[in-house]
Design a protein around this ligand. Structure first.
Ligand SMILES: Cc1cc2nc3c(=O)[nH]c(=O)nc-3n(C[C@H](O)[C@H](O)[C@H](O)COP(=O)(O)OP(=O)(O)OC[C@H]3O[C@@H](n4cnc5c(N)ncnc54)[C@H](O)[C@@H]3O)c2cc1C
Ligand code: FES
Ligand code: FES
Length: 1359
C-alpha cells in the first residue's frame, strides 16, 4: 500500500486533481461548493429523489468499453471516482455554448415548472440516450423512475422523452394487437385526439436533432491513465477517516485483514445512508476499484456465477440476455430476480448498488435475498486463509455467526443455479408506491415437483419486510413436502405459514394485519400461477384455473403513458406578435434544463459566511428543565448559539391572529419546535454541534396528537366557524332517509423539491440587511426580520429570484427561520446561510391539515339531498398559524358543486402537539370537498343509484345562490360535467367496467367522476391588491417588476406576456429579474391561485399608463422603434417609469350573518378516472383520467395545462399514497422520500386527457382568464372514488353489502383490507397480539424515540 494518493477524475471533460481529499466528502457538495457547479441539486441526500443525478462514465481497460450510468451525487464519495468522468447538467449543454436536444425538448415540451428537479431529469434522460439513442418508452419511463417531480405531474416530461423514441405518437403498446390510437379499444369509441381539434402545445419540427457524435467524449487522458498507469492501492487520509482503494484481490484481502471492521464500500447506497442518517462513523473504509474477479460473469453447467461487484443494473442486463438464450425451465430464478430488479429502487441506485453489497447488507426488506435464498444460491467467499462456499440461506440471512462471513473474509461472487424441469420460481412484492419504494412485504417462492406427479418434492418460501431480516418459512415448507398441489394443500400452507411467519404486533414496520394478509395472498398467487403452468404442461391431469381467476396473475394494466391536451386556439385575427393565449414556454425553462437557473442555495459563498443549524425539540409536550450548550460551543468552528435569551423582547411575531414564538426554551409543545440555533463556520460544523446541545425535559400531560384526542380534551383554537342556510332541522323531518357518517383524511407534506433556504447579508452600514430567501411572502419576511432586529422595514430588503416549489409551505415557518438567521447575521455582522435538510424540513414545517368530517344527510329515495349537516375538525398542530383560515375556507367551500337547500356546516381547529399545520395548495378545499363527495357516494349507495347520478341531480344549475348568498352562474359547471361525460365515454366505460368486474374475481375496475366548483379569492379586497413597476430604458428594452413570486407556476412568463400585449412589443424586449421588497413594497402573499390574476392587472395598469404617456410620441413617428420612442420621450422629459396598481376584487364575508361575497369568481371543472385494483395485494393503477376545466380565456394554455395536471397528480398523491406517520409520542417517522411517497412517474394515469371548455364568459379578471393553481388538487379525488367503486364491486361479489367506510389516503393497505376474503380473515390478529406494539412502544421513553436512528424509525413506523 502506498502513502496518501492523488485523486484524479474529470468533471465535464476537465481534469480534477485533489491532493488532500477528505474521504468524507460526497460528490454533491463537492460539485456545488467547490466547483460551483450548482446545476446539480440537493433534494434529500439519501438517493431517494434524483435531484442530484449526474452521469458517471468509466473506461474498462480489459474490455476496452466505456460504461455510462446515472448516479446520485449525494451518495457518491468522491474518493470512489478515481479515473471516472463525471458529467453534470452544465456539461451537457448551456445557453452560453450549445443547448443539448434533451434540454431543449424538456423545456419546450413544458416539462419544467419550478425547475428544481429538472437538471436531475435531464441527466437521467441524457444518460439513457448515451446508451440507447433511440430508446423505447419502457426504457424511458424506467430511466425516470428514480427522479421525483412535485410540480409537473410528469406527463410533459414523458412527452419530451417520447420525441426521442422511434414511434412517439401513441402509447406504443399493442393490447391484443390494438394500440391506443386504433379505433375502438375494448369496444369503446376512440378518444378524439387533441391535435385534430386543437393546436399542439409544442412543435416537434423545430427541435434540434439528437446527434450522438456531438457528445462529450470520454477524456482520453483518463483512458491512457487506465491503460498505462501501474495499478496500486490508493489511500486517502482525511481528518477523521481513511479511504483505502485496493486494486487487486490480494490487496483487498490484506486491507480487510488489517481493518476487519472496515466496511467494503461498493455503491455506498447502504453504508452512505447509515452514515448520513444514523450517524454511523467508519474511521476506515475499504473500497475496491476495478477488481476483475468481482465482476466475473461465468456460465457453468449448473448455473450462473455473478461477481459481487457487479451493479444491480448490470445484473439485470446479464439476466435479460440469459433469459433470452436459455430455455424457460432453466431460467425460473433468473426471471424472478430480473422482474424484481425492474422495481427495485430507481435507475441511479440500481447502477450504483452492487450485488454483493445488497446481499451482505441483509436489509429486512431486501428484494433479492428472499429470491436468492429460495433459489439455492451459494456465496463464494475468500480470505487470506483461502476460498470457501456458504449457502445463502436463513442462517446467513439472520447473521448466525456460524453461517456468516468471517472477519477478513469477502464475498467474491454468487452462484445462482439453473432451475429444473417441473421447478417453478416466482417473486412478489407490494409497496406503498409501484416503483422506487421499499417493499412492505416481498417474497420469493420455489416449488419442485420432480418429473410429473404433481407432488411437492421441494418447497422454499422466504419473505422480506416481516421480520428483522429475510424470514424463511422453512418448517411450513418441510411439512408440505409430499402433498399434491391442490386446494387442501393451499389451505394447510396458509395456516402453517402464518404460524411460522408469526408477525406479532411488534413486527417491524407495523401494518401487521396487512402484512399477514399479504404473506398468504402472495402464496395464493403462487399457487394459482403454478396451477396454471401445470395445466399447460399437462392439461389432462391438472384442471387449471377458473377463467375468473386468471387475471389474478397478470400485472396491473401496464401500457405506456399517453395523453392529450385540448384548448382553444387564439382568435385568428389576433396579432401574431401578441402572445396572450398562446402556449409560450416557461421563460426560465431552458435555464432550468441547463442548470443555469439560480435558486437561493446556488448563490456563491460570501466572504466570512456562517451557517446556521437548528436544534429542535424531541418531545411533544414538555418543560425544558435545562439546556447545556457547553459541549457544542467548544467544538471547532462554532461561533455562537442563538437562544431565547438573545431574542429577549423580540422573540415573537404576529402575522395573522396570534403571535408565534421564534425560539422556545421553556415549554415545548411539539416535536420539531425550534429551541436554539447553532452558528458555525461551515454547515458540517454547525450540524455536528447542533447534535451536541443537551436538553433535559420534564414531560407534561396531556400529549394530544389526533383530532379525537383533541375533541376528548376539548383542545381547540378559539373561533369556531359556522355557516347555515335554510332550515336543516325542519328539512330532516320531511326527508325519506337520513344517514350519518364520517371520514378521516390524513395530512400531506408539501415536499417542495427545494427545502427551506435563506441567506441573510448585513450590508455593513445603517443597519441595512439583504435577505435572499425562498419565500412566497417577502413582505412578511421583511416585517418579521425588521421586528426581530428592531429596525424599520426600510432597512431590510428581501429578494426572491425563484422558488423550487412552495405549495403554501414557504410562508409562515419560513419567516420564523429567516428571522433567526437574520438575527445571527446581524449579531455577528457576517452573512449567515440556513438550508434545511429534507428530514428537518419535514419535521419542522408542518403540512396540510388532517381532517375529520362528520356528516348527517337527509335525502329522498330518488337521491335528492334536502338537508346536510356537516362538522369539520382540522388538526391545526401546536400553534394557530393559518389554521382558522384553512378551516374557514373549508366551511365556505363545503357545498362544492351542489345546491343543498338546507345546509349547516361548523368547523373547529384542533390544538394538538404536532408541528403546526399550515397552508397547502387548495387550502382546506381538498379536505372539505372529499367529505362532501364521500357523503354523496354513501347517499347514492343507500338509494341504489350511481354516485354520478346523485351528483348530477344535486348540482347547481344555472343562476343560483351559494350558502353564503353569493350569486353563482353554474352554466359552465354543467357544461364541464357534460363534456367530461362525453369525452370520457363515461356511460360506455361504466358498462365495460361492470363487464370486466363480472369476469374477474381478483382484479376489479372502478370508475368515478367528480365535479368541481372552486371559488377563487382571499375573502378580503385588501388581500387581493397588487402592484407593479415597469421601466422603459433608452434602448427600448423594458424591465417589469411585480409583487408575485415565481414558484413554478410561470407567473413571470405570464407577466411578460401581459407587458408584451399592452406595450405591443415582442416578449424578447421585456425582462423580469425577480421579486424584491425594494421595487414593489407591501406585496401580498403569492398564493390562492391569484398571483397572475392580481399582478397581471397591476402590470397591465403600469403598461397602459406608460403607453398613454408615449402615445403622442408614437403617433408622431408610427414607424419608429421603441428605442426611438424612448429617446424621444426622454428628450421631452416624459417619465419612462410607471407603477401599476390593482386595488383588489371587491370581496367580503361577514361570519356573524354567514353572508358575503368572499370570492372573486368560480372555476368549474370535472374529472373522470378509471382504476384497476389488485384485490390480493391492494395495488392500484390509474388507467385513465379525463379532465375538463372552465378556465375562461387562458393566458398561456401550456402553463395552465401544467398547473391542472400537476395539481391533479399532487391530489392523487394526497388521496391515495402520501401517508404521514407519527409515533404514539408525536415523533414524525416519515421524514424523507424513502418513507414518504409522493407520486412518481409510474403513478401517472396511463391515459391523461385535459381539455378546456371553450371560453364563454367575459369577466373583470385579467383578459377574462381564471386562476388555476389550486383547483386541480381536488380532482385527484376522482381516483379515490374510482378505487372506492372498485372495492365496492369486490365486496359485493363477496356478499359484503353493508356500508363501506374508506378513509383517505386510500393506500394499498386500506384497499387490500377492504377487499375482505378468507385471507384477510386468516390474517386478522387476536386482540392481545394487536395490543402488543403499543405496550412495547410505551416502554421506550419518548426522548429515545425522538433520537431513534432512521432505519429503526422505519422499523417502528406505520403503527
Ligand atoms: C434510495 C434507495 C432505494 C432503495 N430501494 C430498494 C428497493 O426497492 N429494494 C431493495 O431491495 N433495496 C433497495 N435499496 C437498498 C439497496 O439495494 C442496497 O443499499 C444496495 O443493494 C447495497 O449495495 P451497495 O453496493 O451500495 O452496498 P454498500 O453500501 O457499498 O455496502 C453495503 C455493505 O455490504 C458490504 N459489502 C459490500 N460488498 C461486499 C463484498 N464484496 N464482500 C463483503 N462485504 C461486502 C459492506 O461491507 C457494507 O457493509 C435502496 C437503497 C436506496 C439508497
Ligand atoms: S439529493 Fe440525491 S437523491 Fe435526493
Ligand atoms: S418542476 Fe419538477 S419539482 Fe418543480
Amino acid at each position: 500500500m502506498d502513502g496518501a494518493a492523488e485523486l484524479v477524475f474529470c468533471v465535464n471533460g476537465r481534469k480534477v486533481i485533489e491532493k488532500n481529499v477528505d474521504p468524507e466528502t460526497m460528490l454533491l457538495p463537492y460539485l456545488r461548493k467547490k466547483l460551483q457547479l450548482t446545476g446539480t441539486k440537493y433534494g434529500c441526500g439519501g438517493g431517494g429523489c434524483g435531484a442530484c443525478t449526474v452521469m458517471i462514465s468509466r473506461y474498462n481497460p480489459i474490455t476496452k468499453r466505456i460504461r455510462h450510468y446515472p448516479a446520485n451525487a449525494c451518495l457518491l464519495p468522491i474518493c470512489s471516482l478515481h479515473g471516472a468522468a463525471v458529467t453534470t447538467v452544465e456539461g451537457v449543454g448551456s445557453t452560453k455554448a450549445r443547448i443539448h436536444p434533451v434540454q431543449e425538448r424538456v423545456a419546450k415540451c413544458h416539462g419544467t415548472q419550478c425547475g428544481f428537479c429538472t437538471p436531475g431529469m435531464v441527466m437521467s434522460i441524457y444518460t439513457l440516450l448515451r446508451n440507447h439513442p433511440e430508446p423505447t418508452l419502457d426504457q424511458l419511463t424506467d430511466a425516470l423512475g428514480g427522479n421525483l417531480c412535485r410540480c409537473t405531474g410528469y406527463r410533459p416530461i414523458i412527452d419530451a422523452c417520447k420525441t426521442f423514441c422511434k414511434t412517439s405518437g401513441c402509447c406504443q403498446s399493442k393490447e391484443n394487437g390494438v394500440c391506443c390510437l386504433d379505433q375502438g379499444i375494448n369496444e369503446l369509441p376512440e378518444f378524439e385526439e387533441g391535435n385534430k381539434t386543437s393546436p399542439k402545445l409544442f412543435s416537434e419540427e423545430e427541435f434540434l436533432p439528437l446527434d450522438p457524435t456531438q457528445e462529450l467524449i470520454f477524456p482520453p487522458e483518463l483512458m491512457i491513465m487506465a491503460e498505462k498507469q501501474p495499478q496500486r492501492t490508493r489511500v486517502f487520509v482525511g481528518d477523521r477517516m481513511t479511504w483505502i482503494s485496493p486494486v487487486t484481490l490480494k490487496e483487498l484481502l490484506e486491507a480487510k485483514v488489517k481493518y476487519p471492521q472496515a466496511p467494503i464500500v461498493m455503491g455506498n447506497t447502504s453504508v452512505g445512508p447509515e452514515v448520513r442518517f444514523k450517524g454511523t462513523f467508519h474511521p476506515v473504509i475499504i473500497s475496491p476499484d476495478c477488481i476483475e474477479e468481482l465482476s466475473v460473469v461465468n456460465h457453468a453447467d449448473d448455473g450462473l456465477t455473478l461477481g459481487a461487484g457487479l451493479s444491480l443494473a448490470q445484473v439485470k442486463e446479464i439476466l435479460a440476455e440469459v433469459i433470452q438464450k436459455l430455455p424457460e425451465e432453466k431460467t425460473q430464478t433468473y426471471h424472478a430476480v430480473w422482474k424484481h430488479l425492474g422495481t427495485l429502487a430507481g435507475c441511479q441506485i440500481r447502477n450504483m448498488a452492487s450485488l454483493g453489497g445488497h446481499i451482505v447488507s441483509r436489509h429486512l426488506d431486501s428484494d433479492l435475498n428472499p429470491l436468492l435464498a429460495v433459489g439455492n444460491c451459494t456465496l463464494n467467499l475468500l480470505s487470506k486463509e483461502g476460498e470457501r462456499q456458504i449457502p445463502l440461506n436463513e442462517q446467513f440471512l439472520t447473521k448466525c455467526p456460524s453461517a456468516d462471513l468471517k472477519p477478513g473474509e469477502i464475498l467474491v461472487s454468487v452462484n445462482i443455479p439453473y432451475s429444473r424441469k417441473w421447478e417453478f420460481v416466482s417473486a412478489f412484492r407490494q409497496a406503498q408506491r409501484q416503483q422506487n419504494a421499499l417493499a412492505i412485504v416481498n417474497s420469493g417462492m420455489r416449488v419442485f415437483f420432480g418429473e410429473g406427479g404433481g407432488i411437492i418434492r421441494e418447497l422454499s418460501i422466504a419473505y422480506g419486510g416481516v421480520g428483522p431480516t429475510t424470514i424463511c418459512a422453512k418448517n411450513s415448507c418441510q411439512q408440505l413436502i409430499g402433498r399434491p398441489w391442490n386446494e387442501e394443500m393451499l389451505d394447510a400452507a396458509c395456516r402453517l405459514i402464518l404460524d411460522e411467519v408469526s408477525l406479532p404486533g411488534w413486527a417491524p414496520g407495523g401494518k401487521v394485519e396487512f402484512k399477514r394478509t399479504l404473506v398468504i395472498s402472495f402464496f395464493f398467487k403462487f399457487y394459482l400461477k403454478v396451477s396454471q403452468i401445470l395445466k399447460t404442461m399437462d392439461p389432462v391431469r391438472y384442471p387449471g384455473l377458473a377463467d375468473k381467476y386468471e387475471s389474478a396473475l397478470e400485472d396491473l394494466h401496464s401500457r405506456n403513458h399517453w395523453g392529450t391536451s385540448k384548448y382553444q386556439d387564439v382568435d385568428p385575427k389576433q396579432l401574431p406578435q401578441d402572445p396572450i393565449g398562446r402556449p409560450i414556454m416557461h421563460l426560465s425553462g431552458i435555464k432550468h434544463t441547463t442548470g443555469e437557473a439560480i435558486y437561493c442555495d446556488d448563490m456563491p459563498v460570501l466572504d466570512g459566511e456562517l451557517f446556521l443549524a437548528f436544534v429542535t425539540s424531541s418531545r411533544a409536550h414538555a418543560e425544558i428543565v435545562s439546556i447545556d450548550l457547553s459541549e457544542a460551543l467548544s467544538l471547532p468552528g462554532v461561533v455562537d448559539i442563538v437562544t431565547e435569551e438573545d431574542l429577549r423582547g423580540v422573540n415573537s411575531f404576529c402575522l395573522l391572529i396570534e403571535p408565534e414564538k421564534l425560539l422556545e426554551t421553556q415549554e415545548v409543545s411539539c416535536v420539531g419546535q425550534l429551541v436554539c440555533a447553532v452558528v458555525a463556520d461551515s454547515e458540517v460544523q454547525a450540524k455536528r454541534a447542533a447534535k451536541r446541545v443537551k436538553i433535559v425535559y420534564q414531560d407534561l400531560e396531556p400529549v394530544i396528537l389526533t383530532i379525537e384526542e383533541a375533541i376528548r380534551h376539548h383542545s381547540f383554537f378559539q373561533g369556531e366557524r359556522k355557516l347555515e342556510y335554510g332550515n336543516v332541522d325542519e328539512a330532516f323531518k320531511v326527508v325519506d332517509q337520513i344517514l350519518e357518517g364520517e371520514i378521516h383524511m390524513g395530512g400531506q407534506e408539501h415536499f417542495y423539491m427545494e427545502t427551506q433556504s435563506m441567506l441573510a447579508v448585513p450590508k455593513g452600514e445603517d443597519q441595512e440587511m439583504d435577505v435572499y430567501v425562498s419565500s412566497q411572502f417577502p413582505k412578511y419576511i421583511q416585517a418579521i426580520v425588521a421586528s426581530t432586529l428592531k429596525v424599520p422595514a426600510n432597512k431590510i430588503m428581501c429578494h426572491v429570484k425563484r422558488l423550487g416549489g412552495a405549495f403554501g409551505g414557504k410562508v409562515t415557518k419560513t419567516g420564523i427561520l429567516a428571522a433567526i438567521t437574520a438575527f445571527a447575521a446581524n449579531k455577528h455582522g457576517r452573512p449567515v446561510r440556513c438550508i434545511l435538510e429534507r428530514g428537518e424540513d419535514m419535521l419542522i414545517t408542518g403540512g396540510r391539515h388532517p381532517y375529520l368530517g362528520k356528516y348527517k344527510a337527509g335525502f329522498m329515495n330518488d337521491g335528492r339531498i334536502l338537508a346536510l349537516d356537516v362538522e369539520h375538525y382540522c388538526n391545526g398542530g401546536a400553534t394557530l398559524d393559518e389554521s382558522l383560515f384553512v378551516l374557514e375556507t373549508g366551511v365556505l367551500k363545503v357545498d362544492n358543486a351542489y345546491k343543498f337547500p338546507n345546509l349547516r356546516c361548523q368547523g373547529w381547529a384542533c390544538k394538538t402537539n404536532l408541528p403546526s399545520n399550515t397552508a397547502l395548495r387548495g387550502f382546506g378545499f381538498p379536505q372539505s370537498g372529499l367529505i362532501t363527495e364521500n357523503c354523496i357516494t354513501e347517499v347514492a349507495a343507500k338509494c341504489g343509484l350511481s354516485p354520478e347520478k346523485v351528483r348530477m341531480m344535486n348540482m347547481y344549475k344555472e343562476i343560483d345562490q351559494t350558502p353564503y348568498k353569493q350569486e353563482i352562474d353554474a352554466t359552465n359547471l354543467i357544461q364541464c360535467w357534460k363534456e367530461c361525460m362525453a369525452t370520457s365515454s363515461y356511460s360506455l366505460r361504466k358498462v365495460a367496467v361492470e363487464k370486466f368486474n363480472s369476469e374477474n374475481y381478483w382484479k376489479k375496475k372502478g370508475l368515478a367522476m367528480v365535479p368541481l366548483k372552486f371559488p377563487v379569492g382571499f375573502g378580503s379586497t385588501a388581500a387581493c391588491q397588487a402592484a407593479a413597476l415597469v421601466h422603459i430604458y433608452l434602448d427600448g428594452s423594458v424591465l417589469v417588476t411585480h409583487g408575485g413570486i415565481e414558484m413554478g407556476q410561470g407567473v413571470h412568463t405570464k407577466m411578460i406576456q401581459v407587458a408584451s400585449r399592452e406595450l405591443r412589443m415582442p416578449m424578447s424586449n421585456v425582462h423580469l429579474r425577480g421579486t424584491s421588497t425594494e421595487t414593489v413594497p407591501n406585496a401580498n402573499v403569492s398564493g390562492a391561485s391569484l398571483v397572475a390574476d392580481l399582478n397581471g392587472l397591476a402590470v397591465k395598469d403600469a403598461c397602459q399608463t406608460l403607453l398613454k404617456r408615449l402615445e403622442p410620441i408614437i403617433s408622431k413617428n408610427p414607424k419608429g422603434t421603441w428605442k426611438d420612442w424612448a429617446q424621444a420621450a426622454f428628450d421631452e422629459s416624459i417619465s419612462l417609469s410607471a407603477t401599476g396598481y390593482f386595488r383588489g376584487y371587491e370581496t367580503h364575508m361577514n361570519w356573524e350573518t354567514g353572508e358575503g361575497h368572499p370570492f372573486a369568481y368560480f372555476v368549474f371543472g370535472a374529472a373522470c378516472s378509471e382504476v384497476e385494483i389488485d384485490c390480493l395485494t391492494g395495488a392500484h393503477k390509474n388507467i385513465r383520467t379525463d379532465i375538463v376545466m372552465d378556465i375562461g380565456h387562458s393566458i398561456n394554455p401550456a402553463l395552465d395545462v401544467g398547473q391542472i395536471e400537476g395539481a391533479f397528480i399532487q391530489g392523487m398523491g394526497l388521496y391515495t399514497i402520501e401517508e404521514l406517520k407519527y409515533s404514539p409520542q408525536g415523533v414524525l417517522f416519515t421524514r424523507g422520500p424513502d418513507q414518504y411517497k409522493i407520486p412518481a412517474v409510474s403513478d401517472v394515469p396511463t391515459e391523461l386527457h385535459v381539455s378546456f371548455l371553450p371560453p364563454s364568459q367575459n369577466s373583470n379578471t385579467l383578459y377574462s382568464s381564471k386562476g388555476l393553481g389550486e383547483p386541480g388538487v381536488f380532482l385527484g379525488c376522482s381516483v379515490f372514488f374510482a378505487i372506492h367503486d372498485a372495492v365496492r364491486a369486490a365486496r359485493q361479489e363477496r356478499g359484503l353489502l353493508g356500508p363501506l367506510k374508506l378513509d383517505s389516503p386510500l393506500t394499498p393497505e386500506k384497499i387490500r383490507m377492504a377487499c375482505e376474503d378468507k385471507f384477510t380473515k386468516m390474517g386478522e390478529m387476536t386482540t392481545l397480539t394487536a395490543a402488543l406494539p403499543t405496550v412495547l412502544l410505551s416502554w421506550i421513553p419518548p426522548h429515545s424515540q425522538a433520537v431513534l436512528p432512521k432505519p429503526l424509525l422505519v422499523l417502528l413506523a406505520f403503527w
